[in-house]
Design a protein around this ligand. Sequence first.
Ligand code: ZN
Ligand code: ZN
Length: 244
Amino acid sequence: MKLTIIGLWGAYPKVNEASSGYLLEHNGFKLLIDCGSGVLSKMQNYVQPEKLDAVLISHYHTDHIADIGVLQHALLVKSYLIDLRKTLPIYGHTFDEEGFSKLTFSNYTKGIAYDPDKVLQIGPFTIHFLKTKHPVPCYAFRIEANDAVFVFTADSAYQPSFVEFCRNADLLLSECNFYGNMNGENAGHMNSFEVGKLAHEANVKQLILTHLPQFGDLQQLVTEAGEHYDGPIHLAKMGDVWNL
Ligand SMILES: [Zn+2]
Ligand SMILES: [Zn+2]
């Protein structure tokens, strides 16, 4: 599996960057996870919209879906220039009907409901779901391919069920929207101490902090998470690539 960080900011993107968006590839299959603000623009550094094979959406907050509309427009425009031949499947949950309805656009994209109680196969990826602790329905993904395990927490306050869900992951991409002295519970986000504790208890091999705050010294997040977790900790950075 190859992970490319496209967007990493919580709530809104910093200048010239993007909010939630990650490209996951395996055996040539290209899966975009979340499609936040700025993602369509930044994504074109790594993959053209018509080359995507599928999109997977964690929840319908704007910082995770803002660019779905322009992704659909991009496919519409491209269809005049090249033979697209396929409809892009966008997988999302149906616990927000209005949000889900936006995933379908003519025959350019088609919303496909995932059932979080079942295991989903998208191309080479086997995906398990865990409901997160967030103001709106949101799902974390445990994605397996070729014996490698990648876990994305999506947006969530800390919950004990994460530990089993993240167990022994080769890579944990965890939201970390708050510093250690802040309480993210009500906003539905984790702080750096909670993320570090999770990485330690779940025995993950490495940790990337994402969904980052626009304030403070981000290096402090790494230091604080490191008080609980001995493994490698990285701040998500646009364009960073991880092979697992
Ligand atoms: Zn978010
Ligand atoms: Zn959210």
